[in-house]
Design a binder for this molecule. Structure first.
Ligand code: ZN
Length: 138
C-alpha cells in the first residue's frame, strides 16, 4: 500500500513570538530582551520573568552554544516523523544564556553529549517557515 507523505506540524506565530519567527525566515536568531531590566528570555513571553515589565525589544543572538540536555525519541509522535526515529531533541544553551529546544543534525545519536559545542543552522521547511536547528561547531 502506497503512503502519502504527511506534512509536519509547523509553528503558528502569535503576537509574542512573531518577531522571533520572522527573524528566522531572514536567517537571524532574535531573542526577546526586557526593555527595562535587560533580561533575555526564550521562548518569547508578554511579561519579563525578572521585573514583570511588559516592554520588550529584540536582540540578535550569536547562534552558538552547547548541548545543555537531550533525549532520544524512539517512537514517532506524528506520522511526518515516522521515518526519522530514533531522533534527538536537544536543549541548547546559547552563549547569551538562554535555552532553545531544537534538533541536532549530522551527529549520530550515540555521539551526542552534554556540553557538545553547537551552532545554529536555518532549516527552511516551508516558504514562510524556517526552523532553528543545530550542528556541531567546528
Ligand atoms: Zn525585566
Amino acid at each position: 500500500m502506497a503512503t502519502e507523505a504527511v506534512p509536519p506540524p509547523l509553528p503558528l506565530p502569535n503576537l509574542d513570538d512573531k518577531p522571533h519567527w520572522d527573524g528566522l525566515r531572514r536567517h537571524e536568531l532574535l531573542i526577546q530582551k526586557c526593555a527595562d531590566c535587560g533580561a533575555l528570555r526564550h521562548p518569547p513571553r508578554p511579561i519579563c520573568h525578572a521585573c514583570r515589565s511588559g516592554r520588550k525589544e529584540w536582540v540578535k543572538a550569536s547562534g552558538r552554544g552547547v548541548v545543555y540536555s537531550y533525549t532520544i525519541v524512539p517512537q514517532a509522535t506524528h506520522p511526518a516523523w515516522r521515518d526519522k526515529v530514533p531522533y534527538a531533541v536537544v536543549i541548547v544553551e546559547l552563549e547569551e544564556d538562554v535555552r532553545l529546544v531544537s534538533n541536532l543534525e549530522g551527529v549520530p545519536n550515540e555521539q551526542i553529549k552534554v556540553g557538545l559545542p553547537v551552532e545554529i543552522v536555518y532549516d527552511d521547511v516551508a516558504p514562510d517557515v524556517t526552523l532553528p536547528k543545530f550542528r556541531v561547531r567546528k
